[in-house]
Write a protein that binds this ligand. Structure first.
Ligand code: UD1
Ligand code: MG
Length: 468
């Protein structure tokens, strides 16, 4: 049995260079706060306990935590004032049991892969029960990072911060990522020996390395060559660069699965996109939350699709906006949506439904083959099979206080520019004449016209400016 893993996430730093009113760890990458990505790593490792160290913006970060933790057991501990990374871990370690392994993560390093962390923990185990394991990476420009100092036999014996490093040490390209794993009991003892006698007057977590080495405890470096996995966010430019790198990674993964992307550089996934076979996605599409695209689905350029399921063979034409919100949107097989359509929460389109330009659908179910092709609104409605819903027609679903339901039974034709004042039911197979305002249920199979009769005045002269 492996020892349980407890995670400490350092999130007390200020993030001055973001120039934001919000704490850095709540800035978004791929639509989610940086901290959510890091908490996701703890979840991926099935951490027994996760302690988030807060400081700057602690109230805001702690308020966000329940939403981010999503079932992961967590606690927050405050570090005030912020006296360095070692001081931060000193605040958290009393909350952890002696029998575990502590994994220290940084709240602003969002893209470390779960496999990398698993490998770091495996390296720790392999090096012995007491061992300290560091995640390190070789950088062509190591400036600003703690350097990994090795002895003549190659064993790690210290990490030296940039500001404390000698010229020779500054030339070392292997840097510490900010991520380490150690037996909690040992780490606790090393932390009690930290001091702040260094260039920054801080308690450096990295000093535990020299104590471990002095105690004769093995220090192992799990050395990776992917700088992205340890890249931290300090500036808006770095955040944007990481965003692009993340999106690139997702796009490559989708293409590996067979998804055809018109341009992998013009795609944004801010959540989870699940694709069947032969899915094609044109440029500049944004996907948010969980979106499932069935076999053969085609998504045109410039679509935004959130919280939705699109079944096999459906086509989403360009400039369509779909947002299922909390309840979702579903688009049936072979349906056709857009261009310029808007599907809102609770839109449920059956097979072969057509929704055309400037049509808005909200909390409405459309059965197979129903069509609303132009300039229309369907809200709080149940629409039967093969209904044809005319251009410019709307359901008047809101009386100023409550929402009401409209039922349009199978095979009804609603002419252009109709107002269906809910609650109302249009009987199966009926026709509603163009321009009707329908306030009462209409019978099945009949034609209903509810508009003023045309009046013709012969020889009518329009008023003119010259007359009289
Ligand atoms: C730290 C490491 C450095 C490493 C680098 C990797 C130390 C002393 N140095 O340096 O070796 O190469 O990360 O990115 O650990 N934090 C707190 N409380 C504090 C100070 C920081 O919670 O008092 C948090 C920050 O919010 C951040 C993390 O700790 O999430 C790292 O702090 P940062 O100031 O960025 O450390 P670096 O100087 O970059
Ligand atoms: Mg940093």
């Amino acid at each position: 049995m492996h020892r349980p893993v407890d995670v400490i996430i350092l999130a007390a730093g200020k993030g001055t260079r973001m120039k934001s009113a919000y704490p850095k760890v709540l800035q978004r990458l791929a639509g989610r706060p940086l901290l959510a990505h890091v908490i996701g790593m703890a979840r991926g490792l099935s951490a027994r306990c996760t302690v988030v160290v807060t400081g700057h913006g602690a109230d805001v970060v702690e308020a966000a935590l329940p939403g981010l933790a999503d079932g992961l057991p967590w606690q927050a501990v405050r570090q005030e004032p912020q006296r360095g990374t070692g001081h931060a871990v000193q605040q958290a370690i009393p909350l952890l049991a002696d029998d575990g392994i502590t994994l220290v993560l940084c709240g602003d390093v969002p893209l470390t892969q779960p496999e990398t962390l698993a490998a770091l923990l495996a390296a720790q185990r392999a090096a012995g029960a007491d061992a300290l394991a560091l995640l390190t990476v070789d950088l062509t420009d190591p400036h600003g990072y703690g350097r990994v100092v090795r002895d003549e036999r190659g064993a790690v014996h210290a990490i030296v911060e940039e500001k404390d490093a000698s010229d020779a040490q500054r030339r070392i390209q292997e840097v510490y990522s900010g991520i380490l794993a150690a037996p909690t009991q040992r780490l606790r003892a090393w932390l009690s020996r930290l001091d702040d006698r260094n260039a920054q007057g801080e308690f450096y977590l990295t000093d535990v390395v020299k104590f471990a080495a002095a105690d004769g405890v093995p220090v192992v470096a799990h050395r990776i060559d992917d700088p992205l996995q340890v890249a931290g966010v300090n500036t808006p430019a770095q955040l944007a660069a990481l965003e692009r790198a993340y999106q690139h990674r997702i796009a490559q993964m989708l293409m590996t699965q067979g998804v055809r992307l018109a341009d992998p550089a013009r795609l944004d996934i801010r959540g989870e996109l699940v694709c069947g076979q032969d899915v094609e996605i044109d440029v500049n599409c944004v996907f948010e939350g969980r979106v499932v695209l069935g076999d053969g689905v085609r998504v045109g350029a410039n679509c935004v699709i959130a919280h939705a399921t699109v079944d096999a063979g459906a086509i989403i034409e360009p400039f369509t906006h779909i947002d299922g919100g909390a309840v979702g949107v579903s688009v049936g097989v072979q349906a056709r949506v857009g261009p310029f359509a808007r599907l809102r929460p609770g839109a449920r389109l059956g097979p072969e439904v057509h929704i055309g330009n400037f049509v808005e659908v909200k909390n409405a179910t459309l059965a197979a083959g129903a069509k609303a092709n132009h300039l229309a609104y369907l809200g709080d409605a149940t629409v039967g099979e093969r209904v044809n819903y005319g251009a410019g027609s709307i359901t008047a679903n809101y009386d100023g206080a409550r929402k009401h339901h409209t039922v349009i039974e199978a095979d009804v034709h609603v002419g252009s520019n109709c107002v269906l004042v809910a609650p109302v039911t249009l009987g199966a197979g009926g026709t509603v004449g163009a321009g009707s305002t329908v306030t009462k249920d209409t019978p099945a199979g009949a034609l209903t016209v509810a508009r003023a009769k045309a009046v013709t005045v012969p020889n009518w002269r329009r008023p003119s400016k010259s007359a009289g």
